[in-house]
Design a protein around this ligand. Structure first.
Ligand code: IVH
Length: 670
């Protein structure tokens, strides 16, 4: 048979498989028996074995056909599902504790609830009057997918709870995971146990979920009102009483030293466990302290994940490529000879930046030690100089942008008085192709517009096909053309259209974050949104050259101001935002408008005795008040702590601003 004929047979089989995958996994209405389905798969694999030139992305040798469904209904979490910040060493732990002391403004004895961090995926279960009424995935932390029926197939998840003291309305949260022994059976289908759990849980058809035995341990709550439970460890005990599984290794410890010793011991013993654990979670045990400490943008101040040390291996650098990121940063990436590190095949390792290459004198063809820890990108630790080829040459870092050819720069940092370690493309904007693509990827990402079905790979494809050049092009796609593309059926096109339409409604803070201005992350975008209130206001600040006014915002400093100025100096950036604001429905930030400090502005001078500034600020904001950083007519109260700045007090007196002592202020709150 001719090669073209063989290819034809192969493609036919692949298309057949795709059709049945869709019927089975997405539509939940298979047309053929499992046996016939397996036969198609086997035929494809046999053909590939015989004719090595046959290859297709949908082949069972590459993909499982097990693509999770995109069809789940979304639900907003009543309480956000946040992640944890990581600690890798004792210094990180000491910093964690020090920040807590600073925030509370006091050194008190802390008690920790210590819990193994199982490497699975988190889920939230809503119980009303003892019945499981909804189960969701984490999603982007704000909104999850409703996967109730799939979760109900897990035997560790109780569907009815009759204990008298079980709360009437509560979200129970925990980790869904698969045991190692079960994963071993699925090794060929998934890269790691976590992917297996996630893939299984997000099947359209709960019967698919049932096929893979999943487990669930509970460890926290989302929505919950109680004044009875005082400690995390007590809550864990209650969970057990109510019928949930909790981790058998949970314990209470009292000092950083104890944490460190337990970590050391557990790190070795973890391999005896039936499931993968990638670290320990330490939580301040007192729920009252947890409440006081609260959250930063992404994670609680009262908890941290102490990761286990990384696995490592030696391999050889085949090449060094330079990637251009969203902010123009040139990141060198080593392409290495594929090597298995702790169960995962690694073929790329980051070299961070130009300075790192110079410092470690990393060269192409060097043998290097590579480390990989959990979900962190693998990186090069050291060069084995004994194995270096005598003829090897130093790596020359490019001085122009590999994407657009513009000059590159290293910025001077006025605070550290040093040049940045990172070299950047000077072309901050859509004129540089790679930067533009990365900006669009950021625009659609989970924390930004969160457009389901338009992943990073799709953005790249649409870019290559010239379907998109700017973020606004996403809202003007040629769906007709897309439906003709390989791999795009009617269903996926209509799904894409649906999620793009849905994403048009966006809050001002998310929008400001999504534009991707350097140094304006989620938290700063929120501050800008709170200050400017609406997109038209924001744009008039920019148009009227009043960016400096943002310095009034507590938390916005010179770095952010300079970055905003640079961004808007580029006229095309302003035009893009104007264009987007005409397409999107950008809603004002929903603020807590009912607190007793509404319309009141505060400023602090001097040290407070019972709490830190940060805690005082969140207390004010929780009650709908705001904190400003300069004395002017808009200020209503100046709160005076120990050793205040006299100039501020005088200015306030001149302007007739009310002056409060710390005690008077606390009384005002109560
Ligand atoms: S507490 C706001 N406790 O780790 C508190 N999380 O990076 C966050 N995880 O998404 C959750 N074991 O999937 C908590 N005992 C434990 C945990 C745990 C595993 C996972 C969870 C979460 C991630 C945080």
């Amino acid at each position: 048979m001719k090669e073209s004929e063989i290819r034809n047979i192969y493609i036919k089989k692949i298309n057949e498989l795709k059709k049945h995958n869709k019927l089975y996994f997405e539509d939940s209405s298979p047309l053929i028996s499992d046996k016939d389905y397996d036969k198609i798969k086997k035929d494809i694999l046999n053909l590939e074995k015989k004719f090595s030139y046959l290859k297709d992305a949908s082949s069972p040798s590459i993909s499982l056909g097990f693509t999770p469904s995109k069809n789940f209904i979304k639900s907003k979490h009543r309480v956000k599902m946040l992640s944890l910040s990581n600690a890798f060493d004792i210094e990180d732990l000491e910093n964690f504790e020090r920040k807590i002391y600073n925030y509370l403004n006091k050194k008190i004895k802390l008690e920790y609830s210590v819990e193994p961090k199982i490497d699975g995926i988190s889920a939230s279960l809503t119980y009303k009057n003892g019945s499981l009424i909804m189960g969701t995935s984490r999603g982007d932390g704000t909104t999850g997918e409703v996967i109730t029926e799939n979760l109900k197939t897990i035997k560790d998840i109780p569907q009815k709870i009759t204990s008298k003291d079980f709360p009437k309305d509560i979200d129970i949260r925990g980790e869904v995971f698969i045991k190692r022994s079960e994963f071993d059976k699925l090794k060929n289908d998934f890269a790691n146990p976590r992917n297996a759990a996630s893939g299984s849980l997000r099947q359209k058809n709960p019967n698919e979920t049932k096929k893979i035995p999943l487990n669930f341990v509970a460890y926290t709550y989302g929505y919950f009102e109680s004044d009875k439970i005082r400690k995390q460890s007590d809550f864990l005990n209650f969970l057990q009483r109510w019928g949930f599984k909790t981790n058998e290794h949970n314990k209470i410890l009292n000092s950083i030293d104890d944490l460190r010793n337990f970590h050391k011991k557990f790190e070795k013993e973890r391999f005896d466990l039936e499931y993968d654990v990638d670290g320990l979670v330490y939580k301040i045990n007192s729920l009252e302290l947890q409440k006081r400490l609260g959250f930063t943008a992404n994670s609680p101040r009262w908890a941290i994940a102490h990761k286990f040390s990384a696995d490592s291996a030696f391999s050889k650098i085949i090449d060094i490529n330079i990637q251009v990121g969203r902010t123009g940063a040139l990141t060198p990436v080593a392409r290495i000879k594929p090597v298995n590190i702790g169960g995962v095949v690694v073929s790329n390792a980051t070299l961070h930046n130009e300075d790192e290459i110079i410092r470690k004198d990393i060269r192409i063809s060097d043998t290097v030690k590579i480390e990989r820890a959990g979900d962190v990108i693998p990186h090069v630790i050291l060069v084995d100089l004994k194995k270096r080829d005598k003829k090897s040459k130093k790596f020359n870092f490019p001085l122009t942008c590999p994407s657009c050819g513009s000059e590159t720069i290293k910025e001077f940092n006025n605070i550290t008085k040093k040049y940045d370690a990172v070299r950047r493309c000077a072309n901050e904007g859509y004129q540089c192709e790679k930067i533009a693509i990365e900006k669009i990827k950021h625009f659609i990402s989970k924390e930004a517009l969160n457009i389901d079905g338009l992943g990073k790979k799709v953005v790249e494809k649409f870019w290559d096909l010239k379907l998109i050049r700017f973020p606004q092009d996403i809202f003007n796609l040629d769906y007709n053309q897309i439906s003709k593309l390989e791999g795009w059926g009617d269903l996926s096109v209509s799904n894409l259209k649906f999620s793009i339409d849905q994403s048009k409604k966006v809050s001002l803070d998310k929008f400001l974050y999504s534009i991707g201005i350097r140094h304006i992350g989620i938290e700063n975008a929120k501050l800008l949104a709170e200050y400017t209130k609406s997109i038209s206001n924001f744009l008039s600040f920019i148009k009227n050259k009043k960016i400096n006014e943002f310095l009034n915002i507590d938390g916005i400093g010179d770095t952010q101001i300079n970055s905003l100025k640079k961004f808007f100096d580029n006229k095309s950036n302003y035009k893009i935002i104007e264009k987007l604001s005409s397409i999107l429905n950008i809603s004002d930030l929903k603020l807590n408008k009912s607190g007793k400090l509404l319309n009141n502005t505060f400023m602090f001078t001097g040290k407070l005795s019972n709490m830190s500034r940060a805690e005082a600020k969140s207390l004010i904001e929780e009650n709908s008040g705001s904190v400003v950083s300069s004395v002017n007519k808009k200020l209503k109260y100046l709160i005076i702590g120990e050793k205040p700045t006299n100039r501020k007090v005088e200015q306030a007196k001149e302007l007739g601003i009310k002056i409060l002592s710390e005690k008077e202020w606390v009384n005002l709150l109560n």
